[in-house]
Ligand binder design. Sequence first.
Ligand SMILES: CC(C)(COP(=O)(O)OP(=O)(O)OC[C@H]1O[C@@H](n2cnc3c(N)ncnc32)[C@H](O)[C@@H]1OP(=O)(O)O)[C@@H](O)C(=O)NCCC(=O)NCCS
Length: 299
Amino acid sequence: MAQRLDSAGLTFRQDYFGDPAGWPALVCLLKDIFGIDIGPLQQLGGHDATSMPFGWFDAEGELAANISAFALPFVLNGRIVHAAGLQSGAVRPAWRGRGLYRDVTVKALDWCDRQGFEAVILYTDKPSLYEPYGFHTIPLHRYEGAAPAPSASAAPARPLLPTNADDLALLQALLKRRSPVSTSLAVTVNAAMFLINTQLDPDVRISFLEDRQAVIAWRMDEAGRFSLLDVVAADMPSLAVILGGLRIAPASVEVLFRPDKLGWQGVPKSLKGGTRLMLRGLGDATLDFPAMLSTMAEF
Ligand SMILES: CC(C)(COP(=O)(O)OP(=O)(O)OC[C@H]1O[C@@H](n2cnc3c(N)ncnc32)[C@H](O)[C@@H]1OP(=O)(O)O)[C@@H](O)C(=O)NCCC(=O)NCCS
């Protein structure tokens, strides 16, 4: 664990999750700045083991500034890109405007380069913060369309509760051997993000199609629109099988990932507002299709 004392009395630490006070300090920073509680991740298998946090701590052990890198390989046109993700970027108000965020960002990107990551991705609502470092925005899309007739032969799904120990073990095993949801663009492993995202949005439902060994993350709104957020499976079931297993016949469907394995076609609609996905690296490669990554991988 690297340490260095700064003239302002802050101490820089890298790789500090091994310090028993380190992880709670990050939980506290994210709660204070974003109002998001990632504490429950400890009961869901813990933080992503590839995480590499970079932070400035004050004398009381409180985190003043942080950014964390982690491995986030994704499939792009059939090839696995060895990418890193950046997340948990924040500076406490009292410490802003002194270059602390620039400092941790530069350190994190240097580390990513030294590790040999081909690309770095992040989500942000402040794209201009990252453009100076070579990040550019990837426009995201949801896919909208009519619901296929639910498959009559599909066995019924059951709800899965990540907070139940048996269900968690099952979910973790399936996350380990999942296939990317798309051959054109999808993350390959995102277990920690998937698990914490099941807890952050109370409307997300997690269902298990036992005969297909598939976990479905989904939502339904009052208008009867079915939103498919993610499918964790070695072999993707079709949308018709998913609807049959869930025993629902929605008025319409939206899919929040590239739907090329679902046996269904939706019309891409630009996702406006909210957070943006940004990419650094991969040269001048541009995506020649409407892009989307599962919102369960969002971090
Ligand atoms: C955004 C934030 C991280 C900036 O922290 P900071 O320590 O004040 O930033 P720095 O002093 O290191 O400034 C770094 C650069 O970012 C710029 N910057 C600062 N705040 C910015 C903002 N809100 N939008 C765009 N650029 C910003 C600065 O002008 C500076 O530019 P420079 O390198 O050309 O001089 C901090 O305000 C914060 O935690 N905000 C709430 C959480 C958040 O938005 N996190 C990041 C988004 S994922």
